[in-house]
Unconditional design. Sequence first.
Length: 378
Amino acid sequence: MSNFLKYIKLEGDKTIWTIVFALLTVSVLVVYSVEGLSATIYHIRNIFIGLATMYMVHKLKFKYFSKLSVVTVLMSIVLLIVVFLIGNEINGVKRWLDIGGGLSFQPSDLAKISILVLMCRQISKYRDYLYDWKGFIWYLFGPLVIVCLLILPSNFSTSALVFVNGLFLMIFAKIHYKFLLSILGIGIFMMGIVYLGGKYIPSFQKAVPRSITWVSRIDSFISPSVNHLKAEGHQGNEASIAIKNGGLFGKGPGKTVQKHFLYAGSSDYVYALTIEQYGSVFGGLLPMFLYLLFLYRSIIISSRTESVFGSLTIAALSFALVLQAAVNMAVNVKFFPPTGQTLPLISKGGTSIIFTCIAIGIILSISKNTEDRDYEKA
């Protein structure tokens, strides 16, 4: 083992590596206390796969991710269509494809990383074509909309987050404001259509069955006194009880009570159970600090990266990860309606952990080659 470890050399930003290991340690502790040894062993296996993948990805020069993003976006589009037609249906939702070994794969996990990297590539390579609507739609907005629409039928929250991440990237890249305002208007309009269709139009409900669930979650959040007996509102109440039980310093490791009442205690509501065990200080503020530190370090690296593609990619992927974490935390403390978004690197997951590690591996790859501007020769 010692001979093997001496060949392991972690490159890139050491602070980011430290944050990753810290969050994964919290993840193992919480998953063990919520689901027991068997589930934890499965979870640790996925973590090791994720870390191995992250290590291999961070060893690559980031110039290879540019053209590779074209291939992975095309793969994502095909897989999203396949999962829509023949994917495994769990709780009335088709999101997963079996890949063997007890693992299932969500094509949306691949899509939400690939589309951001592709957009960074398009902005850096075709900047001169993004000043008119034709070029903007063809190179940038079109691919984003296609991916979002394919994710939408089974996962509204992921589709919305991908759209917001794409909008942030375009703001960060200083795309012309006339395009940004139009995109924002389109996004708000589409959300309104989905909500009204899911609530009042039977034909829409039949075409998009998940829209009923989305409306229920939003209504439960807006009017908790009316909808508190519904499943979505009830889970939010149980999460609030967990947070209240935790107080400042928690009930202690493994002493969670609310795990018996939260149906997604190791994924969607892992943050509430972490606070119940470790308190608002160590279970609540510490993970929040680690995510913010991750974003801060990524911004620093992005500002030092000479390559436009590299700089944009770090900004986009780090923002996407931290935004997902913020949404999960907001749901747990009832600042936001339930979304089903997991807490990156802490929630129990299969391929979701692996793809999060891939995204961080890309960031680490860029962080060790900040002066490389030669990516177009890949």
